[in-house]
Design a protein. Sequence first.
Length: 126
Amino acid sequence: MNPGTGRCVGRDETVPMTATTKDGRAIELSRDDESRRYVGVVDGTIAAVVAYIAAGDVIMFTHTEADPAFEGQGVASTLVRWALDDVRVRGLRVVPLCPFVKAFITRHPGEYGDLVFTSRTSVVHD
């Protein structure tokens, strides 16, 4: 996507983005490849993280966690949306092992359902 939007820009790089919490505070969103997580920071504090494992062209989202002080402010949902947008821009697929990410995709099938990896192999029984 366009760097002017603050959204993801390429397969291996992203531009940090800023969104807002429900009470109007800025959320700084970024991807931390070294720690294999997406991070949402509010007022200098890590408010939410989405952990992942990268395997080829697939990203397995394994865990989402929000600091209790920021629960209900939409930080985790905003971070998951941004992470899924990043996956799309990078041309990857998703395996939503994390229940929060899976539920988010289920609530937004038109936007993100196509990102979910499905095996193209079949099993043959004798």
